[in-house]
Design a protein around this ligand. Structure first.
Ligand code: SF4
Length: 386
């Protein structure tokens, strides 16, 4: 199924809504849906709803009316990503493996593909942590299936993402276990809107409903993943706790919040200087990589998002009829949600703690490595060295 936007039909956008409608109609499937942080800032634009009205809770009501059995939040696995990626960063830092090159974040498939194609010699610097989308699918088909007492194969995992690159990420051979792919179908925010219209649902008139547990519980650190700088800020909050045993002020690392350009900051964490850089937009990423390769700049931890402003400005979000860039406004909404969240540290997410207690053991454990990490060299771009 393709939707054509290009006047000559040369460019096509894949539409998976019919496949998801089929899964919802299949009585043998348990349908589990996750919603990425950036989607909640934008889905209501298509219905003329103010951001305060187009909440995640109203979206949960709409998803249940479409027929999903469980409505969860990708923010849950954003918190889990922080536990794994933050622990990996500290492990690399202490092992002295960051003397020449920084560790790169790996949650944006557009950036991962760009690095593999353009700077393949640096692929080993990517964090091995899967993205929150993929971690979600992996946990849904293992821990959650076990909690329900059903075979993992019965679970159909659907994602609603601000992103078109997430469709390709979910299809990578490295994003699967013996139970099949982590994520079965990826819908963009625009496809979700199309499904509501197809079912003649007007979300303005729906009530707000709570998300399901356990994977609907998330923190303010998880929600800011949708804006550029958010992954870095959330990781620093937890890295500081892991190094000192005490929570820093939640806004201690706000300097890395940024628009599309480069933002640099050096933080002293437990006596260790951590040199950070955040950038979004691939033109900016290329400029940063060239500076790094020339030895003109030195960092320990670098966050890159392919879309300007991060996922809030993603390619699967609603397109403004006035041709306005909305990533700034949408990003502000995420920071407001973080500010008002009762818990603002990923390591304090009670359901993430339960997942480690009941199933994974600890961050970077053997089970966590098996389910939550990947080998970025497990698939190769043409010309990429092994
Ligand atoms: Fe997808 Fe863009 Fe977000 Fe990267 S920054 S994950 S390409 S929406």
């Amino acid at each position: 199924q393709c939707i054509t936007h290009c006047p000559t039909g040369g460019l096509r956008e894949r539409d998976d809504t019919m496949e998801v409608f089929s899964a919802l109609a299949d009585p043998d499937k348990i349908t589990v849906v996750q919603v990425a942080p950036a989607v909640r800032t934008a889905w209501g634009e298509a219905f003329g709803m103010p951001r305060e009205q187009a909440t995640m809770e109203r979206m949960a009501a709409a998803l249940r009316r479409l027929g999903f059995d469980y409505v969860f939040d990708t923010n849950f696995t954003a918190d889990l990503t922080i536990m794994e990626e933050g622990s990996e960063f500290l492990h690399r830092l202490k092992a002295g493996g960051l003397t020449r090159w920084p560790m790169f974040t790996s949650c944006c498939p557009g950036w991962v593909r760009f690095l593999k194609g353009q700077y393949p010699e640096l692929v080993g610097q990517l964090s091995s942590a899967k993205s929150p989308q993929q971690m979600f699918g992996s946990v849904a088909k293992s821990w959650f299936a076990q909690t329900l007492g059903v075979a993992p194969e019965k679970i159909c995992c659907v994602s609603i993402m601000p992103c078109v690159a997430k469709k390709a990420e979910a299809e990578l051979p490295t994003m699967a276990t013996q139970h099949g792919p982590d994520v079965d179908w990826v819908l963009t925010t625009r496809e979700f809107v199309r499904m509501l219209r197809a079912d003649q649902l007007d979300p303005k008139y729906l009530p707000e409903e709570p998300l399901d547990s356990p994977m609907g519980v998330a923190t303010g650190a998880g929600v800011i993943f949708g804006a550029t700088g958010g992954v870095m800020e959330a990781a620093l909050r937890t890295a500081a706790y892991l190094l000192t045993g005490e929570d820093p002020a939640p806004d201690a690392f706000a300097q890395v919040r940024t628009g599309p350009g480069l933002r640099e900051a050096t933080y002293e964490v437990a006596g260790i200087p951590v040199r950070c850089a955040v950038v979004s937009g691939l033109g900016n990423a290329r400029a940063l990589m060239e500076q790094l390769k020339a030895g003109k700049v030195h960092y320990d931890f670098v966050e890159v998002m392919a879309c300007p402003g991060g996922c809030v400005g993603g390619g699967g979000q609603p397109i403004s009829c006035e041709d306005k860039e909305l990533y700034g406004e949408r990003g502000q909404r995420l920071y407001a949600l973080d500010k008002s969240a009762p818990v603002r540290f990923s390591h304090e997410n009670p359901q993430v703690q339960a997942l480690y207690r009941e199933y994974l053991g600890s961050p970077l454990s053997e089970k966590a490595e098996e389910l939550l990490h990947t080998d970025h060299k497990g698939w190769l771009m043409p010309g990429e060295p092994r």
